[in-house]
Design a protein around this ligand. Structure first.
Ligand SMILES: NC(=O)c1ccc[n+]([C@@H]2O[C@H](COP(=O)([O-])OP(=O)(O)OC[C@H]3O[C@@H](n4cnc5c(N)ncnc54)[C@H](OP(=O)(O)O)[C@@H]3O)[C@@H](O)[C@H]2O)c1
Length: 327
C-alpha cells in the first residue's frame, strides 16, 4: 500500500509516497481502507519532530480517517467488513490502510460525505474532551475560542452552540471574522485590529467569559486570566506562541479559576472510547440534522499532502483540509 513518509529534515517538501506493507488489525481493532484522511495542526508539529508519536502508535502521519472497514480483528462485533466509518486513529491516516480500535470509530453522519466525515474525529474528540469534560461548559455561559476559524475553532463554535453557550472567537483577518459570525460565533474579534481583552470587556459590560479555549499561549495566558469571570476555566490545547511565560497567579486565587488542558493522542483507549460514545450520542445526531455544521476548505490528493501542509502552515484556510486516497 501507499503511505506518506517524512524526510529527516521534516520539511514540507520532504514528504513523499512510499510502498509499505498493509497493517493487520489486532484483537479489538479494525482495518480501514482509507478514502479520506484529515489534516490537523498536530500533523505539522509531528512532521517537524515536535510531536513524536506515543509508544506503540504508527509513526506515519494522520490522526483521523474515513473509509470502509476492510478487516475486523478478533472480538470486534460492532463493525462489519464494508461498513463506512470515520475514526480517530493513533497515527497512520496518511496511508491506503490504517488500523484503529473498533471503539474509536463512528458511522458517517447522515447527509455528510466521506470527505467531510474524515475531518470530524480529531477536532470533535478534542473539543468535547476539553470544553465538556474538562471545562464543564454549560448552557448560558460564554466561551472565548482562540483560533476561531481553525478546524478546532469551528468545532468549538458548534459545540458551544449545541450546549446553549455563547461562543466568542478571535481570528487573524476580517474575512475569517465574518465567516465565524456566519458559522455561529456571537462575537468575532480580529486580533490584528483589536485588543481582544478590551473588546470582550466591552461586549460583556466588563463581566468577562466563563471559559477560554486557548491554542496560542504565550502573552495570551495572562490576558485570558484577566477576562475570566469568578470560577472561570482556562483550557490549554496548544502553545503556538510558546508555553513559558512570567505569570501573575494572583487572579487565579482571587477569582477561584481553574487552569487545565490536555492532549488527545496519548490518552488511553478507554478514555477515547468514552469520548467516542459521547460524540455518537450527543453530536452525531446534530451533525445529521444540520444543527451542527462542519466546513471543508479543500480536498487534496495524497501526492499533494505537502501543499495541504503548506496552506495550513500559512493559515490560508478556514476549517478542515483532507487528503483523498480513493473515491
Ligand atoms: N491538545 C490537543 O489534543 C490538540 C488536538 C488537536 C489540535 N490541537 C492544536 O490545536 C490547534 C488547532 O488545530 P487545527 O488542526 O484546528 O489547526 P489549524 O486549523 O491550522 O488552526 C491553527 C489556528 O491558529 C491560529 N493561529 C496561528 N498562529 C497564531 C498566533 N500567533 N496567534 C493567534 N492565533 C494563531 C490560526 O488562525 P489565524 O491565522 O486567524 O490567527 C489558525 O486558525 C493546533 O495548534 C493544534 O496543534 C491540539
Amino acid at each position: 500500500m501507499r503511505q506518506i513518509e517524512v524526510g529527516p529534515d521534516g520539511g514540507v517538501d520532504s514528504m513523499r509516497i512510499v510502498d509499505a506493507p498493509r497493517p493487520k488489525p489486532g484483537p479489538g481493532e479494525i482495518l480501514i481502507e482509507v478514502h479520506y484522511a484529515g489534516v490537523n495542526g498536530p500533523d505539522l508539529a509531528q512532521r517537524q519532530g515536535r510531536y513524536p508519536p506515543p509508544p506503540g502508535a504508527s509513526p506515519v502521519l494522520g490522526l483521523e480517517a474515513a473509509g470502509r472497514v476492510a478487516e475486523v480483528g478478533d472480538g470486534v462485533s460492532e463493525w462489519n467488513v464494508g461498513d463506512r466509518v470515520t475514526a480517530l486513529v493513533p497515527g497512520g491516516g496518511y496511508a491506503d490502510y490504517c488500523v484503529t480500535s473498533a471503539r474509536h470509530a463512528l458511522p458517517i453522519p447522515e447527509g455528510l460525505t466521506l470527505a467531510q466525515a474524515a475531518g470530524l474525529p480529531e477536532t470533535w474528540f478534542t473539543v468535547w474532551a476539553n470544553l465538556i469534560d474538562r471545562a464543564h461548559l454549560k448552557s448560558g455561559e460564554r466561551v472565548l475560542i482562540h483560533g476561531g476559524s481553525s478546524g478546532i475553532g469551528l468545532a468549538a463554535i458548534g459545540l458551544a452552540r449545541l450546549v446553549g453557550a455563547h461562543p466568542f472567537v478571535t481570528v487573524g483577518s476580517p474575512q475569517r471574522a465574518q465567516f465565524c459570525r456566519d458559522f455561529g460565533a456571537e462575537l468575532a474579534i480580529d486580533y490584528r485590529q483589536e485588543d481582544f481583552v478590551a473588546r470582550v470587556k466591552q461586549a460583556t459590560d466588563k463581566d468577562g467569559v466563563d471559559v477560554v479555549l486557548d491554542m496560542v499561549g504565550g502573552a495570551y495566558l495572562q490576558k485570558d486570566i484577566s477576562i475570566l469571570k469568578r470560577d472561570g476555566r482556562l483550557v490549554l490545547i496548544a502553545f503556538l506562541q510558546g508555553s513559558k511565560v512570567e505569570f501573575d497567579f494572583m487572579p487565579v486565587m482571587i477569582k477561584r479559576l481553574t487552569i487545565t488542558g490536555s492532549t488527545m493522542r496519548p490518552r488511553s483507549a478507554d478514555e477515547k472510547a468514552c469520548i467516542r460514545d459521547a460524540l455518537w450520542r450527543e453530536v452525531w445526531p446534530a451533525l445529521a440534522s444540520g444543527r451542527v455544521r462542519t466546513h471543508l476548505f479543500g480536498v487534496y490528493p495524497l501526492e499533494k499532502a505537502g501543499e495541504a501542509h503548506r496552506i495550513m502552515e500559512a493559515s490560508q484556510h478556514i476549517g478542515k483540509l483532507v487528503l483523498q486516497l480513493r473515491d
